[in-house]
Every structure is written in C-alpha cells, then in structure tokens.
Design a binder for this molecule. Structure first.
Ligand SMILES: Nc1ncnc2c1ncn2[C@@H]1O[C@H](COP(=O)(O)OP(=O)(O)OP(=O)(O)O)[C@@H](O)[C@H]1O
Ligand SMILES: [Mg+2]
Length: 257
C-alpha cells in the first residue's frame, strides 16, 4: 500500500482549534433515572493532529464525540467546530453542518449494503450536491492510497472487515472535512487490519493535514495518536501530548476528582 501523499506540502496548523467545548454537560433521563454522562467538559482539539479519546466504559467518550460531531446536543455548554458555534442550530442546520464539515468512521462501518464500494464513497458528496469532477483527483488518490482500486465494484458483503473499514475511511476523507470522528474504528477488526486502518488514519493526518479524533479502548491504537484525552466519570482528567505507554496507563488508572 502506498503512503498518503499530496502535491502540496502540509500547511502549518492554524491557531484556531478544530473543535472546542466549554462547560459541556449532558444528562439523560430525570429524577431517579438521571444519568450525567458529561459533567462540565472543557476541551480544545487542535487542527491537523490525531487525538485519541480514552477512558473506562461509561466515562462519556461516545457522548462527548457525538456532541462534538453535532450528532447529539449537550444539555448545557457550548461547542464550536471549524470556527462555527453549534449552539442553537436547528436539526436541519446541524445536518447540513455535519454534511459539509465532518467525516465519520464507526465501529460498525455503516456502509449501505446495496451500493458498491465506489457508490458508498461518493454518497455523502452526492447528497451534498457537490459536483464530482472537482473531487475526482482526490477520489482517485484516496482510493489508491487505501488500496481499494480493485474493489470499487464490490458490495460491502463481498469485502473483508478491514476493506469495509477502508471504504468508510475513504468516504470520510473524500470531501476533506474539517474533522474526522472515529468511534472505536478498529473494534471489529483483527490485529493486522487494525494496524492498517490506524496507519491510514495516521497518514491522513501527517500527509493530508487531516484532523482526526478517535475514541479507542486500546493502548496500541492510542499509540498512533499525537495526543490523548483521558475521560473519567464525565470529566477530562488528562490531555497528554505523545504520552509514553507507562504515562498513559497511569493516567487511565486515576479516577476523576
Ligand atoms: N441514550 C442514553 N440514555 C441514557 N443513558 C445514556 C444514553 N447514552 C449514554 N448513556 C449513559 O451515559 C454514560 C456515558 O455513556 P457513553 O456511551 O458516552 O460511554 P463510553 O465512554 O462511550 O462507554 P463505552 O466505552 O462502553 O462505549 C453511561 O453511563 C451511559 O449509560
Ligand atoms: Mg462508547
């Protein structure tokens, strides 16, 4: 597989974070059934970096990611992504915002079974009404880099798990979104496919200047990231730059204050 290369060198990261959250509170239910998933999260996610979000099961990782991605709305607090505040946006506006600025990679791939790999990759662009010709070169490059050239006419059921996840990554990268969110993207993959997918995400950051935020349980997966955000009980307890494995294990062992 070739590495992700681009004709122009990566640009220096702008100072504005790709995404920020202030005072993020997210509760579910009420009264006896009230669950507080996020208890006041402040976070800045820098542009052009690969950030892993880690923490115990139930610590609020998916909730945080869904709020940042505009898939869920916080009970309180503010979010801005790509310099745009999500506060007060209608459902329609949020849908448009996601379509134009955000890419997703899920554990379950979320490909449409009746469409070929190629049709799946183009689908969000088509829904957004963006003309294909402007993106054809990027499509060819992303598809080649992800090793999908010979698989474009296959339907998801005719692809391995690793190949399906590569199709999902190609779909997320095609439009050059401000930020790609990945929730346990290697959760359903064997170790070889996992390493491949993580290298591709890593390469998209290094060589395309993509911003990637990935929720993961795996220390091995977090090792591909530049930064690691650790959550515990709905709060950010650490935001570490290139932590060693030992530092990460120690941070994960701590409880929220
Ligand atoms: N729709 C919901 N209704 C009620 N409670 C919810 C809902 N979604 C999440 N929660 C609760 O919010 C808390 C945080 O959940 P979240 O899914 O964000 O955790 P997580 O860190 O992603 O966990 P995992 O590692 O298991 O995926 C949990 O206690 C969970 O039970
Ligand atoms: Mg989760």
């Amino acid at each position: 597989m070739t590495s992700l290369q681009t004709a122009t060198p990566p640009q220096p990261s702008p100072p504005t974070p790709a995404a920020s959250a202030r005072g993020l509170l997210r509760t579910y239910g009420q009264g006896d059934t009230l669950v507080t998933a996020l208890r006041g999260v402040d976070l800045d996610l820098p542009s052009g970096r690969f950030t892993a979000i880690m923490g115990p099961s139930g610590s609020g990782k998916s909730t945080l990611m869904h709020c940042l991605a505009g898939l869920d709305q916080p009970t309180e607090g503010s979010i801005s992504v790509a310099g745009q505040s999500l506060e007060g946006m209608s459902d329609d506006a949020l849908t448009r915002f996601r379509r134009d600025h955000v890419g997703f990679v899920f554990q379950a791939f979320n490909l449409l079974p009746m469409l070929t790999a190629e049709q799946n990759i183009w689908l969000p662009t088509e829904l957004a009404g963006r003309p294909r010709p402007a993106l054809q070169d990027r499509f060819d490059h992303v598809v080649e880099t992800l090793g999908l050239t010979g698989r474009l006419t296959h339907r998801p059921s005719e692809l391995s798990g690793g190949q399906q996840q590569r199709v999902a990554i190609a779909r997320a990268l095609l439009t050059g979104p401000a930020i790609v969110f990945a929730d346990e993207p290697t959760g359903n993959l064997d170790s070889t496919s996992s390493a491949e997918v993580l290298s591709l995400l890593r390469g998209s950051v290094r060589e395309l200047g993509q911003t990637v935020v990935m929720v993961t349980h795996e220390l091995d997966a977090a090792a591909y990231a530049d930064d690691v955000v650790v959550l515990a009980d709905g709060l950010v307890t650490h935001h570490l730059a290139a932590p060693s494995r030992d530092a990460l294990v120690a941070a994960l062992a701590e409880r929220a204050a």
